[in-house]
Design a protein around this ligand. Structure first.
Ligand code: ZN
Length: 345
């Protein structure tokens, strides 16, 4: 009889759950109160036979401990609910949704560029943003009197130093030098990073922006390899059928040098504001690595040749998303940044 009661109440205690203080109090009175069930059962226990006492004693103690533990647990948890109720919080209201962050449009484009070149076997290399004259200018064949070495164009940090003046790097080409100095050909890498120029901030210019540099050095690398690599890149990034054209240009560290245009992504060559009605837009500079640069990095320019290219990530993003003002990229306006949540995860 007593055993049956204990079994039944054990099930009831196990099933009991509440967050309400008054219900928990009723539970306490019912089981643990001075006129409660446990008291009754202990009274009944006094009347059972000595043989039964031996087996039931243990069961009874466990039952009492169960009720006490349950009460204590619910009280600890219920304490929170009690406070919350006092503070006027309605726990039955649905929770607030978390806003999922968005990737920055520049990060999206950078990642896409990296993925395309990864398919061609290019690895990603990085270098410091604070550079010395050697890595940023001299090794790259910049003449002494080149305007980039002027205060007008570069943020200098310190005069002098083992490898010349210290400045914020003006291009990611400095990473090329570091890579070639540190290893042996073949090199096949792209180098994304932030660069700095001493320019007034406007819709079309900024004192910092982002570039991706590319370098491929091996035996028998030709301009045809350069053209095919960049042609593939453009087809992947802007879709098949995008046309490319190369115009002769000049960079101190490549010879010959070219600028590459693509058929306008907006008007497909028909002419629009973006392409200034020419049907073409410039996206990057490139060329064959100047033998002087290879020699500066202790690479035999008779045996090895290579190509390099560099593009502004902002420029690529502008063409992709039709963003007309460079300043938007660094103003951290969530209304602007949120728009790119669903494109290119
Ligand atoms: Zn156009």
């Amino acid at each position: 009889m007593l055993q049956d009661k204990i079994t039944q109440y054990t099930a009831e205690i196990n099933a009991f759950l509440t967050e309400k203080a008054d219900e928990l109090e009723q539970f306490r009175i019912k089981f643990l109160g001075t006129k409660g069930i446990i008291k009754d059962i202990f009274d009944e226990f006094k009347a059972v036979s000595p043989e039964e006492k031996r087996t039931l004693g243990k069961v009874l103690n466990e039952f009492k401990q169960l009720a006490e533990a349950k009460y204590q647990t619910l009280k600890d948890q219920g304490g929170v609910a009690e406070v919350s109720t006092d503070a006027g919080i309605d726990l039955t209201l649905p929770g607030e949704g978390f806003e999922i962050g968005a990737r920055h449009p520049l990060a999206l484009v950078r990642r896409e560029i990296i993925e395309i070149f990864n398919k061609l076997g290019f690895i990603v290399a990085e270098g410091p943003e604070i550079e010395d004259d050697w890595h940023n200018f001299s090794a790259l064949n910049f003449p002494e009197e080149h305007p980039a070495r002027d205060m007008q164009d570069t943020f200098f940090i310190k005069k002098g130093g083992e490898k010349g003046d210290i400045a914020l790097r003006t291009h990611t080409s400095s990473v090329q030098v570091r890579m070639m100095e540190a290893g042996k050909p073949p090199f096949r890498a792209i180098m994304p990073g932030r660069v700095y120029r001493n320019e007034a901030i406007s819709a079309r210019a900024h004192c910092f922006f982002h570039q991706v540099e590319g370098l491929y050095v091996d035996e028998n690398v030709s301009f045809a390899d350069l053209k095919q690599t960049l042609f593939y890149f453009v087809q992947e990034l802007y879709g098949e059928g995008t046309k490319v054209r190369f115009r002769p240009s000049y960079f101190p560290f490549t010879e010959p040098s070219a600028e590459m245009d693509i058929s306008c992504t907006i008007c497909k060559g028909a002419g629009c504001q973006m392409c200034k009605y020419s049907g073409w837009v410039e996206i990057l500079g490139c060329g064959m690595v100047d033998p002087n640069v290879l020699e500066n990095c202790n690479i035999d320019s008779k045996k090895y040749s290579g190509f390099a290219f560099g593009m502004g990530i902002e420029r690529i993003a502008n063409l992709k998303f039709e963003i007309k003002d460079l300043r938007l990229f660094s103003e951290n306006d969530a209304r602007f940044l949120k728009q790119y949540k669903t494109s290119l995860i």
